[in-house]
Design a protein around this ligand. Structure first.
Ligand SMILES: [Zn+2]
Ligand SMILES: [Zn+2]
Length: 87
């Protein structure tokens, strides 16, 4: 599949991150960047505040315990707000 690679720069407050995305020349659309937690192909992405991960809205959902949303790519094992490890 012929693609054209270009750089995408995400700016968020003081942080800055550079990604490479592929523009698909056949389909004439942008390949969706993969969710960095679930690798779903859903189109929507949430940019995390800490390290600018791109994750799906479902993965970036609220903690089951304290209801605060957090980035699962930054904190795969536990909620950073309440240290809840169950879920
Ligand atoms: Zn929590
Ligand atoms: Zn993150």
């Amino acid at each position: 599949m012929p693609v054209q690679r270009f750089d995408l720069i995400i700016k968020r407050r003081k942080a800055r991150r550079q990604l490479q995305l592929d523009w698909n020349l056949v389909l004439r659309k942008l390949d969706t960047p993969p969710c960095e937690h679930t690798f779903t192909q859903e189109a929507a992405r949430v940019v995390c505040d800490e390290r600018l991960h791109l994750v799906s809205p479902a993965a970036h959902g609220p903690c089951a315990n304290c209801q605060k949303p957090y980035c699962p790519a930054c904190h795969p094992r536990k909620c950073p707000k309440c240290d809840n490890t169950t879920g």
